[in-house]
Design a protein around this ligand. Structure first.
Ligand code: 5GP
Ligand code: MG
Length: 173
């Protein structure tokens, strides 16, 4: 049986999103930003975030698919959707829902770095630091989470629960 427990309320989330936006507004003042959202878990976070920005921002999305390799415990990661706008010379901010092992963000960082952006930084809503396997630099963090599997606010479990306005911990009893 699945059990949902409220973890972050709508108000708490919006407070953290505002804090991140303030920092981005300071750091990128007078610059033009290219925001790259990793599909699909970021779409609600990104929508709230960009509406608090006071810097001119382009928005595009990248699609990633991860799957376990049968026998080994290693992960295979592939691109399912490329960006539609050029990256070269731009100040790029990658936006991700959850930073876990770091495999996904590491892949996207390396992928975008090849296109020679002027700068490249990472923003995540939830950082599960303790679970990191690959060390990735992250500039903007909403919440630090030590443990648990979360859903809601755009984040799914098997395509469910994205529509929830708050973030919940999902337990399998
Ligand atoms: P990483 O590549 O850092 O291990 O994993 C990042 C991806 O794993 C995230 O984009 C997210 O899709 C998924 N993920 C990690 N933790 C959670 C979680 O608690 N809940 C959900 N729904 N997805 C998670
Ligand atoms: Mg994801």
């Amino acid at each position: 049986m699945e059990k949902l427990t409220l973890l972050y309320s709508r108000a708490e989330i919006l407070e953290r999103v505002s804090e991140i936006a303030k920092k981005i507004n300071r750091d990128y003042r007078g610059k033009r930003l290219l925001i790259v959202g990793i599909l699909r878990g970021t779409f609600i976070f990104l929508a709230d975030l960009i509406r608090q920005l006071q810097v001119e921002a382009e928005v595009d999305f990248i699609g990633i698919s991860t799957y376990e390799l049968g026998s080994q415990s290693s992960q295979q990661i592939t691109l399912t959707k490329d960006l539609q706008v050029p990256v070269s010379g731009k100040d790029v901010l990658i936006v991700e829902d959850i930073l876990d092992t770091g495999v996904t963000v590491d892949f996207v960082l390396k992928f975008l770095q090849q296109r020679q952006p002027a700068s490249l930084k990472v923003c995540v809503l939830i950082d599960k630091k303790e679970r990191r396997v690959i060390d990735v630099p992250v500039e903007y963090v909403g919440f630090d989470l030590a443990q648990g599997f979360v859903v809601g606010y755009g984040i799914d479990f098997a395509e469910r629960y994205r529509w929830l306005s708050e973030i919940y911990r999902l337990d399998f009893a």
